[in-house]
Design a protein around this ligand. Structure first.
Ligand code: GLN
Length: 334
């Protein structure tokens, strides 16, 4: 306590409240209007079928921790979840194993390198580093509960469905398009195997990982899934507990440091929220205790993050007061 600050002793810091529901909905509609004509970035085509996406698709959804939805644009268009699945599979593995286990076996530090980097493995003595890059995600999918690959896949499909509050289905065309062309992910898995860092058949793990990436979601689903992490592991729409509060916390910590790949630092500096993106154009950004944004627009920047989605999250984080690091003294009337 410093001299002259006695009057402050009863004050506590707080991170603010959401604006009124009507203002929140209006803010989303404005952000949608502001960026719907932005045409920067490229649609991912290294998974051939993703190139068929309509570049004009753009949806913004925010679900608060009471389960209320605020939405604008194409929030019901289905697209493959891709890397965003990594966040929720990590949560399922954390729940089934432990905080210490995932820390030690997978790791929680950013590689500073692209999501499909071989060099990251080589530079770190075969350690996958974190569950948000492909190597770490493939190793994480091998740790999911189940005796056989089919059981592990079912654990993932039903687990992610509980986060979404509805039964999620695999898009067979996306799965086949990726499994026929993902030699690089197979090579990453074999490299992990050579270092003794993967516990099952590496190609089985790549197969499970590819299936999880092919699950179809909408921007609305992403917002519900994220809001479950924002709500301490309880889905605010179905009221079902999906993971513990500790697992939700640990997952958000990992997303803050690693969710936006090598751009995670810049993202946190500008937007201040744990988040995860996928190459089909989805982003989920989570404001603990408040809610989550689900965005969808297929054009990506060079790191593989949706351009319109990032711009919208930047504006909405500010306009809705979501930034985790923005605190101020609690107003006396509260
Ligand atoms: N399935 C994609 C891959 O493994 C996911 C990558 C991503 O969304 N960044 O390349």
């Amino acid at each position: 306590m410093f001299e002259g600050e006695q009057t402050q002793t009863e004050q506590r810091a707080f991170t603010g409240q959401l604006p009124a529901p009507s203002a929140t909905s209006r803010t989303l509609a404005e952000a949608h209007h502001r960026y719907r004509d932005l045409d920067d970035g490229e649609i991912a085509d290294y998974i051939p079928i993703l190139a068929e996406a309509d570049p004009s698709w753009f949806g913004l959804s925010f679900i608060d921790t009471t389960g209320r939805a605020h939405e604008a644009g194409d929030v019901e268009v289905a697209f493959s979840i891709q890397s965003i699945s990594k966040a929720f599979v990590f949560a399922l593995v954390c729940q089934a194993r432990s905080h210490e286990f995932v820390h030690e076996r997978i790791g929680v530090n950013n590689t500073g390198l692209p999501f499909n980097s071989v060099m990251a493995i080589e530079l770190n003595d075969g350690h996958p580093m974190n569950a948000m890059v492909n190597a770490g995600a493939i190793a994480t999918s091998a740790l999911v509960t189940g005796e056989t690959p089919a059981e592990k896949w079912e654990t993932i499909r039903t687990g992610l469905s509980r986060f979404a509050g509805r039964s999620l289905e695999l898009d067979g065309r996306v799965y086949r398009s990726e499994i026929e062309t993902n030699q690089r992910n197979k090579a990453l898995a074999r490299l992990l195997e050579s270092y003794g860092r993967i516990i099952t058949d590496p190609l089985d793990s790549v197969d499970i990982y590819t299936r999880q990436c092919s699950l179809l979601v909408s921007a609305h689903d992403l917002a519900v899934m994220g809001a479950t992490l924002a709500d301490g592991g309880v889905n605010p729409v179905t009221r079902e507990r999906v993971v513990s509060a500790e697992v939700a916390r640990d997952t958000l910590a990992l997303l803050a440091s690693c969710g936006m790949y090598e751009n995670s630092g810049e993202w946190l500096f500008e937007i201040g929220l744990p988040a995860k993106s996928g190459v089909a154009g989805g982003i989920v950004a989570i404001a603990p205790g408040k809610g989550a944004l689900g965005t969808f627009s297929p054009r990506l920047d060079s790191a593989g993050n949706s351009v319109r989605g990032q711009r919208a999250c930047f504006d909405l984080s500010r306009a809705l007061g979501l930034n985790l690091f923005a605190s101020s003294p609690e107003p006396p009337h509260r």
